[in-house]
Write a protein of this length. Sequence first.
Length: 430
Amino acid sequence: MGTHEDLLARHRKVLPSWMVLYYQEPIALVDGDGRRVTDAEGNEYLDFFAGILTTMTGYKVPEVVAAIKAQADKMLHTSTLYLIENQIDLAEKIAELSGIPDAKVFFTNSGTEANDAALMLATQYRKSNQVLAIRGSYHGKSHSTVAITGQRNWSSTSLYPFNVIYVHGGYKLRSPFGHLPDDEFIAACKADLENMLDVASAGDVACMIAEPIQGVGGFATPPDGFFAAFKEVLDRTGILFISDEVQTGWGRTGEHFWGYQSHGITPDILTFAKGLGNGMALAGVVATASLMDTLPANSISTFGGNPMSTAAGLANLDYLLEHDLQTNAYKVGNRLKSNLDELADRTEIIAEVRGKGLMLGVELVKAGGLDPDPAAAAAVMEEAKKEGLLIGKGGLYGNTLRIAPALSLTEAEADEGFEKLARAIERVAG
Ligand SMILES: Cc1ncc(COP(=O)(O)O)c(C=O)c1O
C-alpha cells in the first residue's frame, strides 16, 4: 500500500465523511518552497491554489519562518487576558490599511469566526436579526455562517439564528439579468434588493454581508460599482455593509488592496482570514470603534491573535508590502488571464474566464451550451495533477476551476502553469 493509500484508509476511519478531499486518489502535501509543493510520495507540483488562497506570499518565505521561530523560542501562548505586543502592532497596521475610519480590530482563528463576530456586532448594534446575503455566497462553517451561505452544497443545516434574505449578486453568467449591459444589470439587481426589502423583510434589517468576488461560489465577479448601488439602498435605512475579504483581501485582486475598493465604497465592517498568517491560524474583524465597542457583555478569544500567529502575520504583511505583491498580482494575473481568454476562445467547454488579479475562475460547461459540467471540472483537476499542477474547484455546480496561487507567482511560473492547465483542459475537451 502506498503512503497516500494508507493515509486515506486511516483518514476515512477517524475523520468526518463530509470533509471534502480533492482527487480520486487524495494526496498529502509534506514540503513546499516558493510556489512549489511536494507530496508524501515525492511528486512535485506547481501550486495554483495555495492552501485555498492561504499561503499568500509563498512556502518557506525566510522572513516569515524566522519570525515564527523567534517567537516560538520565547513563548507560544498567553491568551487575550494579557497585553500582546505583536497583536497590538498588527492591529495598528490593519486598522490603518483597512480604510475604515477610527478602526478597531478583533482577532479570531478563522474566517468563520471573523464573520460570526461581524454578524454579532451588526445584529447587536442594529438590534435586529435580519440579514441580507447574496445568492451563491460562502462565509464559513458555523451555524451563523451557514445561515448566510447561498449554496445548497455547503448548507449543512437550516437551523439558523438569523432571518436571512437572499438577493441577486454579480454572477452574470447565470443571472436572469445577465443579458443586460453592466449598468442595466446593476440597476436590475438594485431593484431586486429594494423589492426584497419591501416584500421579504420586517423592516430594520441589520446588515448585508457580501464577498466582493465570491470565492467558493466560483470567483463570480460583479461589475465594478455593483456594491455602490447596493450601498445606496442600504444607507437609506442605516443597514450596515460587511465586506467579507477572506479571499479578496491583501491585494489578491491586483487592482486594489481590498475587494471592496472596486466599488468605490467603504464597508462598515470588514472581515479577513486566510492569507494574512500565510498558514498560521489568523483572522479577524475590523469595524469603526463605536460599532466594535457595541457589545454589552464581556468577550475574549483564547487563541485569537496569539503571539505566534500575530508574529507570522506581521512578518508576512511586511513582506507583502515591501515586495509590492499587489502589483505583482495585477501584472502576473493579467498575463495569465489573457492566456486563459485565448484558450477560452478556442475551447468550447469554457463558458467564461472571470476574476481579477490572481483570483481567476474558469467555468466549464457541456460543449455548445451553458449546461454546467462538474464532471469535466473534476477530470481537468485530475489531468492537471498528472501535469504537476494543483488547482482548485468551486462554483454553484462544482464546475468552475479556481486559480489562486501565491501572490509572489513569477511570470515564468504563470506561463508554466498555464501550459499545464491548457493541456489538461484540451485533453478533457477531446
Ligand atoms: C469568503 C469566505 N469567507 C469565510 C470563509 C471561512 O473561513 P474559514 O474556513 O477560515 O473558517 C471562507 C472559507 O473558504 C471564505 O472563502
